[in-house]
Design a protein around this ligand. Structure first.
Ligand SMILES: CC(C)(COP(=O)(O)OP(=O)(O)OC[C@H]1O[C@@H](n2cnc3c(N)ncnc32)[C@H](O)[C@@H]1OP(=O)(O)O)[C@@H](O)C(=O)NCCC(=O)NCCS
Length: 146
C-alpha cells in the first residue's frame, strides 16, 4: 500500500470512495476539486499494489490560524483492519504538524473510528447530541502535537 498526496486525476476515484463508504451522506464531487485547490498538502490517498485508490484523508484549516481540522477519513471495506486508515490519518497529521497547535475532528460516538483516533492521540473535547441534526451525535476530539 502506498500513501501519497492526491492529484487532479485521482478525484473521480476519491469521489467514488466517498460514495461507496458514506452512501448518500457525502461531500459533493466539486467539493473535492476545491479542497485540492485549497489544501493540497492535507489531502492524501492510499493506493494498493495494482494502482487502485482505496482510501483518502482530508484536512482543512479553520479561522484560527493554528487550529486545523481532520475533515474526512475513508477506506474501502476490503482494505480495512490492516492499519491503512491509521496511516492515512497519520500522514495528514504529520503534514499539518508544522502549522497546528491543535487538530480537531468530529466522529459518531458509536463509530469504531473513535478508537483509531484515540490511538493516534486524540482526546475527547466535547459532545453534541445533534451535531448533524436529530439523532446524529458527534464527539469532538482534539489532537495536539507533542
Ligand atoms: C475508519 C477507517 C478509515 C479505519 O480504517 P482501517 O484501515 O480499518 O483502520 P486501521 O486498520 O488503521 O485501525 C486502526 C485502529 O482503529 C480501530 N479500529 C478501526 N476499525 C475498527 C473496527 N471496525 N472495530 C474496532 N476497532 C477498529 C482499532 O483501534 C485499530 O487499532 P489497532 O491498530 O490496535 O487494531 C475505516 O474503518 C472506514 O473507512 N470506516 C468508514 C468511514 C468512517 O467511519 N470514517 C471515519 C469518519 S469520522
Amino acid at each position: 500500500m502506498t500513501l501519497r498526496p492526491v492529484r487532479l486525476a485521482d478525484l473521480p476515484a476519491v469521489f467514488a470512495i466517498e460514495q461507496a463508504v458514506f452512501g448518500g451522506h457525502v461531500y459533493p464531487d466539486f467539493f473535492f476539486r476545491q479542497a485540492l485547490e485549497l489544501w493540497p498538502d492535507w489531502f492524501w490517498l492510499a493506493e494498493n499494489g495494482d494502482g487502485d485508490i482505496v482510501g483518502y484523508a482530508l484536512g482543512a484549516p479553520s479561522q484560527r490560524p493554528d487550529e486545523l481540522w481532520l475533515l474526512s477519513l475513508a477506506l474501502l471495506p476490503a482494505c480495512r483492519g490492516q492499519g491503512v486508515g491509521r496511516a492515512l490519518a497519520q500522514a495528514v497529521l504529520d503534514a499539518m504538524r508544522p502549522r497546528a497547535r491543535s487538530v480537531q475532528l468530529t466522529v459518531d460516538p458509536a463509530n469504531p473510528a473513535a478508537a483509531l483516533y484515540r490511538r493516534l492521540g486524540f482526546v475527547e473535547a466535547g459532545r453534541d447530541d445533534g451535531y448533524f441534526g436529530p439523532g446524529e451525535p458527534r464527539l469532538l476530539m482534539r489532537w495536539q502535537p507533542g
